[in-house]
Write a protein that binds this ligand. Structure first.
Ligand code: ADP
Ligand code: MG
Length: 400
């Protein structure tokens, strides 16, 4: 099965000698900034084990990351200087930040780089060749190094120069974070402890068609909530008032409902909904059974009966995969459905994994992220991995 067992077949930083080697370490330092400061250094901290591993073994370290979406332009507010300062504080050693990604200044700096020293290149996406995966740019990037270590799991679903193209010129291996993601995410696909419950929520069915079908194959129960469940309720002809759903995906939702009858997986939709007239904090709301959403009202969360049903399934599960919040968690009190299910997942003895930007933000906001078995650092990359699609950034890594 694609997506499975990469850990066994891909070389990692633990398998190769790095003493005195010029190591290009692709990291995900795409952090939120506030002015000249790093507002949240979680992603920088996540790369520290690999950085430490390489420095202890005498690598000459060249770090590279993207930040934001400069689309091939040099944007002063997206320079990596704040990242360099924060990294330097965390490492307790100097980090020399360069103002370019490739070219003579980089070549010069790498020549003078000693074992155990750290350089940080400028924002990769200042170069058009990065996202275009331009071979000439990839070659220039590769020229300054002997080895690529890729620790940027969050970008592994993109075939960019630094994640894929470079591997045509120098060997590429996984960093420790990349290795952990591959190991944890495939752990639940390969011989999971059963029963396996998959929870899918969030906004759009269209983003998640493949993962819905994959979970129907893999899981014992598939719990659907959030706005995406609305499209399925619409496919069952329930009135949805002013709820958000995808009209053009109703046919696809019907097909999936039919497919679920053939599959051994039980697909469970909400049985009750929290409805409001507008998306505003502390706006009046009520709980109704599905089928009783009146005109002008919109479904904004799963109801308490659904939360109890989903929570009960989570408590009995051996493995839980979760992507997408079950309601508009950003607006109080429509986080309650997500919260109730998250508490059940946290209390369950199951191995639980959450992946995706918004569900991770929701769990962090609820203070429950620490109680999950594993929180994936990828959004789109995690979904692609679960879909079973080969990820270009993983495919580019050397096989064992
Ligand atoms: P993830 O990032 O975890 O993959 P998505 O990006 O698919 O999740 O969806 C997250 C968004 O879905 C959130 O902004 C949330 O407010 C929204 N959402 C969830 N339930 C509903 C709903 N019933 N109506 C409208 N939006 C919803
Ligand atoms: Mg999202």
């Amino acid at each position: 099965m694609p997506g499975d067992g990469e850990r066994q077949v891909k070389l990692s930083v633990s398998d190769v000698a790095v003493q005195d080697k010029r190591v290009l370490l692709r990291v995900d330092f795409n952090v939120p900034l506030s002015g000249e400061q790093v507002a949240d250094d979680t992603r920088i901290r996540a790369a520290l084990p690999t950085i430490g591993h390489l420095l202890e073994r005498g690598a000459r370290l060249i770090l590279a990351s993207h930040l934001g979406r400069p689309r091939g332009e040099v944007l002063p507010e997206l320079r990596l200087d704040p990242v360099a300062s924060r990294l330097s504080e965390l490492l307790g050693r100097p980090v020399r930040k360069l103002d370019t990604v490739v070219g003579p200044a980089v070549e010069e700096a790498v020549k003078g780089l000693a074992a155990g020293e750290v350089l940080l290149l400028e924002n990769l996406r200042f170069e058009k060749g990065e996202e275009a995966n331009d071979p000439a740019f990839a070659r220039q990037l590769a020229q300054t190094a002997d080895l690529l270590v890729n620790d940027a799991f969050g970008t592994a679903h993109r075939a960019h120069a630094s994640t894929a193209g470079v591997a045509a010129y120098i060997p590429a291996v996984a960093g420790l974070l990349m290795l952990r993601e591959m190991e944890q995410l495939s752990r639940c696909l390969k011989s999971p402890v059963r029963p396996m419950a998959a929870i899918l929520g969030g906004a759009k069915v269209s983003d998640k068609l493949k993962v819905i079908r994959r979970f129907l194959e893999l899981a014992d129960t598939l719990l659907l909530g959030g706005a995406m469940a609305n499209t399925f309720l619409a496919a069952l002809d329930y009135p949805l008032g002013a709820s958000f759903y995808e009209e053009d995906l109703i046919g696809e939702a019907e097909k999936i409902l039919e497919e679920s009858e053939e599959s051994s997986c039980c697909l469970q939709l909400p049985v009750d909904l929290v409805v409001a007239r507008e998306l505003k904090a502390h706006t009046p709301f009520k709980t109704v059974p599905v089928g009783e959403v009146d005109e002008g009202w919109m479904a904004v969360d799963i109801g308490p009966e659904t939360a109890a049903l989903f929570g009960g399934i989570a408590e009995e599960a051996g493995t839980i995969l979760w992507n997408g919040p079950l309601g508009v968690f950003e607006i109080a009190p429509f986080h309650r459905g997500t919260e109730a299910v998250a508490r059940a997942v946290a209390g369950s003895s199951a191995f639980s994994i959450a992946g995706g930007g918004d569900i991770v933000a929701a769990l962090e906001g609820l203070g429950l992220a620490g109680q999950m078995g594993f929180i994936s650092t990828g959004g789109g990359a995690t979904l692609k991995f679960w879909e079973g699609e080969p990820l270009p950034g993983i495919a580019a890594l050397r096989d064992k």
